[in-house]
Design a protein around this ligand. Sequence first.
Ligand code: PMP
Length: 351
Amino acid sequence: MRPWEKYIRQVDPYVPGEQPKLSNMIKLNTNENPYPPASEVQKAMQKVDVPALRMYPDPTSEDLVNALADTYHVNADQVFVGVGSDDVLGMAFLTFFGSSKPILFPDITYSFYDVWAKLYKIPYETPALDENFCIKKEDYYAENGGVVIANPNAPTSICENLDFIEDILQHNQDVVVIVDEAYIDFGGESAISLVEKYENLLVVQTFSKSRSMAGMRIGFAIGNSRLIKALNDVKYAYNSYTMSRLALQTGVASLKDVAYFEETCNKIITTRERVKKKMKDLGFSFPDSKTNFLFATHESVPAKELFLALREQNIFVRYFEKPRIDNYLRITIGTDEEMDCFLNFLESYLA
Ligand code: PMP
């Protein structure tokens, strides 16, 4: 070991789903949207002022913040934007979880939460989901340093209703409660309507799933203006220019096409419901997904075997070799054609 190596921070990184560089693959492993971004985004790309790229972007991201405030009927001082919701969530962990009491999030949830908790040395506890992978709300009544709930939860795909979220808020008025709504547009009800009532609620969403913009990296949070100010103070203490000129312009453009956004979300929901029926017939079971993915297990064939067999066909799904979920596959909903290929292969493999 070199002398300087003993000062290196040891961290266990988050492991993202793989991004294979194949041309002929069916990629159902990272919950991307199979449809392109709104045509307004293409137009905005063509209008990019390249010479202006010599200048820094607007550190306040004003145009995007205003467009989000209009879209979600809140004030601009209730909106924070970041480089994907990962950036927003990471910043929120750093900003709000300074208590010596443990923060709480489920044992099975987005696997970045414990990575940030360890990175920022935040104590945490992970109450177990019940045997149906549902959150037990009573677990969140205990004294704590903050609460993080993904709703719908990932990778389980289960969405709780607003009464459930409000119950958790009622029992946690002295700490910040983060509701991560990465998948809310595929059939859930957003907690944004509760931010006026609960000043300690931060709702986080992303352009990566329902707005087909994972490659542009845009996420946002909506909450009380005091929470947003605190987030911005931490952002300016770390990196003032998180959002590029390109991300700001295309993000604003994407929000303009409400009809396209609704149409693509509905298409994915329709495909999802069709795939659910077919997969049930093939012997799979899964929670009732309100996301753009299914979390499925087969009655006789192990998930790992299916994962590897699908991979052989260049069909990529996500498999987590983790306690309790190592017999499940997380399958992103693609286009109808992609899902037909996926189902046809399963049909012949399981025959
Ligand atoms: N939250 C959840 C629950 C997710 O599954 C993801 C996607 N990996 C994210 C947040 C982060 O997505 P992004 O940074 O692309 O907005």
